[in-house]
Design a protein around this ligand. Structure first.
Ligand code: 3PG
Length: 389
């Protein structure tokens, strides 16, 4: 395998270091929630600050137009809390303000630039060398000596701040290093292998299914809705959302239907509190927000027979207390299964503490969601490829 250099391979004293981290977290009523990602990346940044680097941090939160899209001011405060030193928020990414603040930065200090996704070029479909030519990446490259990619969890995105710094020496940060080392351990899993697959962003979650690696797939959330609709079920209100927002995924799902992909047989919705209905009572003019009690039992049965279990996403809308039941019960069953268990990032991993489930009951908790899934599908991650020498 091509070698990936790490922080240990580079001297940082007096260097100006651009660090891409992924502190994309849940946002509830405009408040960015403290998250394991923020805590973990704070360690990498602290280490670089302690080495005497001037640390320029790049990160994103949500996507323009989405509810969780915000600037990075609150993230800077949370990072500062974990580092024990101020991480200054700069309300700019590469304009005059950003450049002047970067130039003022001293060794041992850190600043967090604004949401990189506020820059139009960040998510354009360009090659790494083309990104490097943009004013955005050129400006930042000129202000730095080294690029550290610590963001395994966004390395499945060929976006400017992930793959564009081709003109700087690049190394993997501590989190990137840990994720790659730990995931390499599940190359030859013990069978049966089960994938608990829920949450949002279905397009990438479908990828590992195509790989045929999983003996069972237990679906929840949007993924479950997709499979049900593809099998001809009318869910009611949820159909409209799926058919407008996830048209492509729906088409992809049609080619994936198989016996080992399990879908819910009952559901919960919000009717001034949790109410459950069976599949035969659909359609319903409400959003489906969790799997129901019978589904939980069926899924637990499969979990108890599994030897390797991967959890990628929640079973329901866990932001609502009344809709946490499916996710909590499934996570508890996975934790007690005795199998090799791996939790993918996003909300399932983030919320363990809130759910009262001890993190050390799982074999490995990855901070990545979509990136982990892309990795498990056997696909290359552009951000990781960019680090290979
Ligand atoms: C994630 O939360 O999985 C990463 O931050 C990537 O976010 P994205 O799916 O919006 O690109």
């Amino acid at each position: 395998m091509e070698k990936i250099l790490t922080i240990d391979d580079m001297g940082f004293r007096g260097k100006r270091v651009l660090v891409r981290i992924d502190i994309n977290s849940s946002v509830v009523d405009g408040v960015v929630q403290d998250s394991p990602r923020i805590k973990a990346h704070a360690e990498t940044i602290k280490e670089l600050m302690d080495f005497g680097a001037a640390v320029i941090i790049l990160a994103h939160q949500g996507r323009p137009g989405d509810k969780d899209y915000t600037n990075m001011e609150q993230h800077a405060k949370l990072l500062s809390k974990y580092i024990g030193k101020q991480v200054k928020f700069v309300a700019d990414v590469y304009g005059e303000l950003a450049v002047s603040e970067i130039r003022k930065l001293k060794s041992g200090e850190a600043l967090l630039l604004d949401n990189v996704r506020s820059v139009k070029e960040e998510m354009e479909k360009l090659k790494p060398e083309e990104f490097a030519e943009t004013e955005y990446i050129r400006t930042l490259s000129n202000e730095a000596d080294v690029f550290v990619n610590d963001a395994f969890s966004v390395s499945h995105r060929a976006q400017a701040s992930v793959v564009g710094f081709v003109n700087l020496p690049a190394v993997a940060g501590r989190i990137m290093e840990r994720e790659l080392t730990s995931l390499a351990k599940i190359e030859n899993p013990e069978k049966p292998m089960t994938f608990v697959l829920g949450g949002a962003k279905p397009e990438e979650k479908l990828k590992p299914m195509k790989s045929g690696r999983f003996d069972y797939v237990l679906t929840g959330g949007i993924v479950a809705d997709l499979f049900l609709i593809a099998r001809g079920k009318n869910l009611g209100k949820s159909n409209k959302l799926i058919e407008s927002k996830y048209k492509d995924s729906l088409a992809a799902v049609k080619g994936l239907i198989s016996e080992n992909i399990k879908t819910p047989v009952d559901f919960a919705f919000d009717d001034n509190g949790r109410r459950e209905i069976t599949i035969n009572e659909l359609p319903i003019d409400k959003d489906i927000e969790d799997i129901g009690t019978k589904t939980i039992e069926e899924y637990k049965n499969i979990i108890s027979k599994s030897k390797t279990i991967l959890v990628g996403g929640t079973m329901g809308v866990v932001e609502k207390k009344s809709m946490q039941k499916g996710t909590i019960e499934i996570l508890n069953a996975v934790a007690d299964s005795g199998a090799f268990t791996l939790i993918g990032g996003g909300h399932a991993g983030e919320s363990l503490e809130e759910f009262g489930i001890a993190a050390d009951k799982f074999s490995y908790i990855s901070l990545a969601g979509g990136a982990l899934i892309t990795y498990l599908a056997g696909e290359k991650l552009p951000g990781v490829e960019a680090l290979k020498q």
